[in-house]
Every structure is written in C-alpha cells, then in structure tokens.
Design a binder for this molecule. Structure first.
Ligand code: ACO
Length: 336
C-alpha cells in the first residue's frame, strides 16, 4: 500500500467580474443583502463567446497543475473530472481534457457530486494510487454556472451565490504512508436530494421530449432549486461531523489543524465551523468574497490560492471539507 500526495495545483477563473451591484441591475437584490447573508462581493461569470467552458477552463487549470508538478502530460495515468455543469449532457468533460491535453488514451472518469465533487474526486484518485493501480492522477473541478442560472428576481435566492471557475491537482504515489493524503471520508443522504436540485433535463421527472412538447417559458425546472435555510442547517452539522471523523481516524485533535479549506458555499457557514473548532483566522482559507460558490471548483481554487500565498507548508495538517446537493459531504485529511 502507498499514500498519494498532491504535487501540483492550478486554477483558472474567467476575466469577467460580476459585482453585487451588477446583479442589482438584473434583479431585485442589493449588495447589503448578498454580503450579509453570504459574504460574497463579486463572482466571475464567463462571457459568451470567450471560449471558456467547463472543459476548457479545466484544461487551463490542469496545464498549470501539471507544469507545477514537474511531470509530463504523458506521465498522467488517469483523469478524474468533477462537475455539475458539463459542456454536454454526455459525454462528460473528462474525455475532452484527455483530448485537449493530447494525453494518451488513459481512463477518464466524471464525478457528479456537486459541491462535494472535488472531495469525492480526490478520494477516487487517492484510492487508485493507494492500491498501486495508477501512479499519477489528474483531478479537476470546474463549473460554468452562469449560463444555467435564472438571472431574474424569481431566481435571486440561488443565482447571486454561484460563480464560474476551475481548479486542478496532480496526485502522485507517496511511499511514506505518514505523508500525503492520510484519509478520505464520504457520505450521502439521498432523502434530501430535492432540497438542492436541478430537475431538467432528466430522464425521471422532466423528459426532453416533454420539455420540447410543452415549450413553456415559465418552466422553472431548467433552473437550480435550493431550500436555502434547510441546506444551511444541514451543512453546518455535516461539515463539523465529517471534519471530526477525519481527525479522529488519524488520532488528531482540532489543535492539529494548520489549514482548513472548506468548500466555499457561504462565508457564514465557514465562520460557524471556524468558531466551532476554535481556529484562528490564519487557519481557515476563504475566497468566496471574490468568486462566489464555484461548486466542484471551489476547493481546488482555494487550495491553489492558499498554496500560492505560502499559507501551506511542508508538514502541515491540511483539511478539506465539503457539503452540498445530494446531500453529499466529505473530508480529506492531508499531511502536506
Ligand atoms: N436579494 C434580496 N433578497 C433575497 C435574495 C436576494 N438575492 N434572495 C432571497 N431574498 C429574500 C427572500 O425572498 C426572503 O424574503 P421574504 O422574507 O420576504 O420571503 C428573504 O430574502 C430571506 O430568504 P431566505 O432564503 O430565507 O434567506 P437565507 O437567510 O436562508 O439566505 C442563503 C439564503 C444565502 C441561500 C442561505 O440559505 C444559504 O447560504 N444556504 C446554504 C447554501 C449552501 O450551503 N449550499 C450548498 C452548496 S451548493 C451545491 O451543492 C450546488
């Protein structure tokens, strides 16, 4: 058995900055409401025609991560791509990355776990490496939310929160099992699937043939629906539980945390967790103020920025944690 470790990180966000003020021109909202409830000041939304898509942004982030890893693209043995906003209904973006990077015909797996997507993708990569099946795995989280949001007052409870962007990590084999990814912890609770959901197009409730036949401009099933308060209440409980689960598994206490990178869902959620674990400000990394919630991309973007800013050092205990639609949630405990 081996461990895996992260040896390269990269991120890419589109140039186009959309401020809370910009949103108030599209819908009945305002900077004070968004800032107070979420902490978000601005987000990036891809400009139509820019060429930025979930797959192309993922490729840009991946190129940086591969270069920083100091390996060649042909050393990549497997690709895992997490997103809820693929360029196409199928195939998923993993194969687009394989093609765009000119990587040989390695496997490419798409992960559909929304805000927990990157944590799930890391767990998959880690376990492929732990068992010895692969040596170098490229993990990407990327999202284009902006083309799929209801940017009217009807959709304001959801659309002000989400942003576009991509992050990537290269994982490699680590023979010292006291280093690298120590453990991953994954959970789901499908009874709450419809509390945070995008129904259409789907083969269960909103068939493509029905949508075409109805041709109804008031159909809201194309837009994400979120029961915000219910999601919030579950998030704070599950984040805490799954971080604790990871610490306990590794005989660590909360004082051992050098850096917590929570999924950037809402600054209030991150602050609640910070308080609960008694962590100083320099031990929790947040960038939701700049990017909003970028779902599967949020952890790799935040991890990359924290690393670039010198906030993660060799030997640090780094904790990743996420919660989102499904419900799904998870954590990753890393000895950097
Ligand atoms: N601007 C102004 N007013 C608004 C807006 C807006 N953008 N959106 C909603 N409102 C109004 C509502 O209409 C409501 O008005 P009313 O009281 O007159 O009916 C009022 O503000 C309160 O609305 P709530 O939805 O109750 O607001 P809440 O305090 O719950 O905040 C929020 C909403 C920010 C979405 C919060 O519930 C939240 O962050 N939830 C968790 C999100 C999360 O963690 N998601 C998981 C990850 S996402 C994923 O997995 C894809």
């Amino acid at each position: 058995m081996y461990n895996s470790k992260i040896i390269g990180l990269g991120h890419y966000v589109p140039d186009n900055v959309v401020t809370n003020q910009d949103l108030s021109a599209m819908m009945d909202t305002n900077d004070a409401w968004i800032t107070e409830r979420t902490g978000i000041k601005e987000r990036r939304w891809v400009k139509p025609g820019s060429g930025d898509t979930t797959a192309t942004m993922g490729v840009k982030a991946a190129k940086i991560a591969i270069e920083r890893a100091g390996i060649d693209k042909d050393d990549i043995d497997f690709i895992v791509f997490a997103t809820l906003s693929p360029d196409m209904y199928f195939p998923g973006p993993g194969v687009q990355v394989q093609h765009a990077l000119g990587i040989k015909t390695v496997g490419a797996l798409d992960v559909r776990n929304q805000c927990s997507g990157f944590v799930y993708a890391i767990a998959v990569a880690d376990n492929f490496i732990k068992t010895g099946m692969y040596k170098n795995v490229l993990v990407i989280g990327s999202e284009v939310h902006s083309h799929g949001l209801d940017k009217t007052t009807r959709g304001r409870g959801v659309s002000v929160i989400f942003g576009d962007g991509a992050g990537a990590a290269v994982l490699t084999r680590e023979e010292d099992t006291s280093k690298g990814i120590l453990s991953t912890h994954l959970h789901s609770q499908g009874e709450h699937a419809e509390e945070l959901v995008l129904v259409a197009p789907g083969m269960g409730k909103r068939w493509v043939t029905d949508i075409l036949a109805d041709n109804n401009p008031d159909d809201e099933s194309y837009f994400p629906h979120m029961n915000g308060q219910f999601v919030f209440k579950n998030a704070v409980v599950r984040f805490s539980e799954v971080i604790m689960e990871g610490l306990t598994k590794n005989n660590l206490d909360k004082e051992a945390i050098d850096m917590l990178i929570p999924h950037q869902a809402n600054l209030r959620i991150a602050q609640f967790i910070q308080k609960k674990f008694g962590l100083d400000d320099d031990k929790v990394f947040n960038n939701i103020q700049k990017y909003g919630n970028t779902t599967a991309a949020s952890i790799p973007i935040a991890l990359t920025e924290a690393w670039q800013e010198g906030k993660i050092k060799e030997g640090d205990t780094v904790v990743l944690a996420a919660f989102g639609s499904g419900f799904t949630w998870g954590s990753v405990i890393i000895k950097w």
